[in-house]
Design a binder for this molecule. Sequence first.
Ligand code: PEP
Length: 247
Amino acid sequence: MTAPRPLIAGNWKMNGLAASLAEAKAVAAGLGATPARVAICPPATLIHRMSEALAGTAVLVGGQDGHAEPDGAFTGDVAAEQLADAGAVLVIVGHSERRAGYRETDALVAAKTRAALRAGLEPIVCVGETLAQRKAGEALGVVTGQVRGSLPAELAGQAFSVAYEPVWAIGTGLTPTTPEIEEVHRAIRATLVALFGDAGRAVPILYGGSVKPANAAEILHAAEVGGALVGGASLKAADFLGIIRAV
Ligand code: PEP
């Protein structure tokens, strides 16, 4: 089975105005030859303009969250179909900021993942333990439980990735040690194989949490790391390109 191309995805979170499209264009212009697939997930307000600005380039555009229903009375929400209609080809689901801030459960994340597939989007399903859970020795149990609960059976045969993002490493400048990352990624891999058989070996497992140019090479070359989900360091083209070049 050939290894999938690493995926480097930028999560702009609630950052970015029209002027920020220049950063996305600079990423596309500076990409050069890379073995990685590269994506930027801007706020929903920018998806359409970014997909137009990046048309014809190798940089993919993704959403940060998509509602489980295709339409309806859900004020302020955006359906997976609407993300696709705006030009997105991927979508992040189950980010810890949504699990914590909007009380998203594994079951809801699984429903949103099904919705992504229904809309033709490639899901990036996020999992990760809190600091308290890690300190209590629960990291592996929590993460593998989230993988089992958040990945619906419909993913079999579909393109998707899992992002391991320890909650305590997001936006903090803290990162697990390389052996700690490898331990969790191996546990996720074993769970993927248990769920999807041999196909589970080809699912990219991204690491996310304070990835920056200075630590990207070590993280991206760790065992079972198939790319990165990058928050803060994806906002500036120079930093994001520095991470992409470390693949
Ligand atoms: C994220 O929010 O997915 C993330 C990894 O953020 P940061 O890189 O800023 O830690």
